[in-house]
Design a binder for this molecule. Structure first.
Ligand SMILES: [Zn+2]
Length: 500
């Protein structure tokens, strides 16, 4: 959204006269905005032009002081929400006649950084002040918290979900001037997270969990820190015409000479990095080395191929849920997809400039359906070629197709069991249900087809407890069904799998 000029406060009337003697380019502070991210607090000063400023810190008590030369403050700062931030209060005053001094009173010490941003299509000149928390809380190492019910030590597939834009970068603005891409992408990303989180064998990671901006170069880095197997960026599009509609899926590409369409998207998405892009090019520069580049391009070829495969599965699963603007995966040199080591795709879920599509994209029910389709595509991709050592690889080698189902209005448990051809008892056991009570929106794990097989042929290296976990039954149930007294089984032995 464009920042709006607010009327001057009477307090500044006297200063306004003083600025008549100043150079023409006095930079007014039109608005101050702020966001809280997991590891820092960002303040953005919207300015009417370039401004000289000086930032320093004071102790006892901790303060950050920002002096902006030859300026006026037009925001009364009452709209700032300090919740969860180290800021206790923001005060302002006039210094040396025509400078604005802003004092941030802090509850704790912070590490401040600041930089100026030139105008872009959305905003004018800005001064950005980041207050980093001293205790680094960023990028928590993923705790392996999932109970190991299924497949012993076999690892989960990690899917990094990057909700486009955020914080001071709203992304595309809807036809009504109110629907913002950053909110739509976060809602779809959260729904996708919930889907995958409810599916055994998957560990989703949200690159951004709230309304704050994450640098485009930092996003793949977070995915890398979590050892992601796939990177999925979620966006929503805009166009001059309100008729444009439909979903487009882009895959990682190293090809700089892209088609016209891709170039337009790339320009738009990459430009958002300018909003928060401080020092980002330094990271790229550090890759400028012959050996590194050779390794990177080898990795890149593999990642590009995988990105195309993943994108194709996701596109196929979106077909029917929404219109496909392109029925093939597009390749684009998007900054956020510039990850040589992680297969990466970007989904433009639809057009916010199309009223009907914008309303759908902004509705929770459609966001859920999109997320379900994307999750289904992700699972199909991984099921076709599961990474070694994962539960999904293990499931595939045993003919088990994982799945989940979201409870809808008027559903009841026995109907759902019937629909998926599983027993009611099995469905309840897999989902830990004690009664038949379910609620709308509840995610149920549907036991795969393998769980309905009444037999399992033992493979080399398998143990009884692994097989029991695979079918989500206890070892004693498995022993009883097969008249086993100990844990000893033979390779090729056919075991009866009891239905619960
Ligand atoms: Zn976007």
């Amino acid at each position: 959204m464009m920042s709006m000029m607010k009327p001057s406060k009477p307090f500044f009337a006297a200063v306004a006269i003083a600025t008549l003697c100043s150079p023409v380019e006095a930079a007014e502070i039109q608005e101050v905005r702020m966001w809280r991210a997991p590891d820092h607090t960002r303040l953005v000063f919207d300015l009417s032009g370039q401004a000289d400023y000086n930032l320093f810190t004071l102790e006892n008590p901790y303060r950050v002081v920002i002096d902006i030369a030859d300026s006026q403050l037009q925001d009364d700062l009452s709209g700032l929400d300090f919740t969860a931030s180290p800021i206790e209060e923001v005060r302002s005053g006039i210094r040396e006649g025509d400078d604005v001094r802003i004092v941030l009173d802090l509850t704790t010490e912070v590490r401040p950084t600041s930089f100026s941003l030139a105008p872009n299509a959305e905003f004018g000149d800005r001064l950005v002040v980041d207050l980093f928390d001293l205790e680094a809380q960023s990028a928590p190492v993923p705790a392996i918290s999932r109970p190991q019910l299924d497949g012993g030590s076999r690892r989960d597939i990690v899917v990094a979900i990057s909700a486009g834009h955020g914080g001071e970068d709203p992304g595309s603005i809807g036809y009504d001037g109110r629907i913002k891409e950053k909110n739509v992408t976060l809602a779809i990303s959260r729904a996708l997270y919930n889907r995958l989180d409810a599916t055994p064998g998957y560990q989703p990671v949200l690159i951004r969990e709230g309304d704050y901006y994450v640098n485009l170069k930092r996003r793949p880095q977070i995915a890398r820190d979590h050892r992601a197997d796939l990177f999925v960026a979620v966006h929503a599009d805009w166009y001059r015409s309100s008729r444009a509609n439909g979903v487009t899926v882009y895959a990682l590409s190293g090809d700089r000479a892209d088609r016209e369409n891709a170039a337009r998207i790339a320009e738009k998405e990459n430009s958002s990095d300018l909003l928060g892009g401080v020092g980002g090019d330094l990271e790229l520069a550090s890759l400028d080395d012959d050996v590194a580049l050779t390794l990177v391009s080898l990795q890149m070829a593999w990642s590009m191929e995988q990105s195309l495969l993943a994108g194709t599965e996701i596109l196929a699963s979106l077909d029917g849920v929404t219109r496909l603007r392109r029925d093939k995966v597009q390749q684009a040199s998007l900054q956020v997809l510039n990850s040589p080591d992680i297969p990466s795709i970007l989904i433009e879920t639809g057009y916010l400039t199309n009223p009907a599509e914008a309303r759908r994209l902004n509705s929770a029910s459609f966001q859920e359906r999109l997320a379900a389709a994307i999750a289904q595509g992700v699972m199909s991709y991984f099921y076709s070629a599961p990474p070694d050592g994962t539960l999904v690889a293990w499931q595939k080698s045993n003919g088990i197709v994982p799945g989940s189902y979201t409870v809808r209005r008027f559903d009841n448990l026995s109907e759902i069991a019937e629909r998926f051809a599983v027993s009611l008892a099995e469905l309840k056991a897999v989902n830990g249900l004690r009664s038949d009570t379910i609620r709308i929106g509840q995610l149920l794990t549907i036991p795969g087809v393998g769980a309905r097989d009444s037999e399992h042929t033992t493979r080399p290296g398998e143990t009884l407890s692994e097989i029991a976990a695979l079918y989500r039954i206890s070892v004693s149930q498995l022993r009883r069904a097969n008249n086993l007294s100990g844990d000893h089984i033979l390779v090729g032995q056919v075991l009866k799998i009891p239905s619960l």
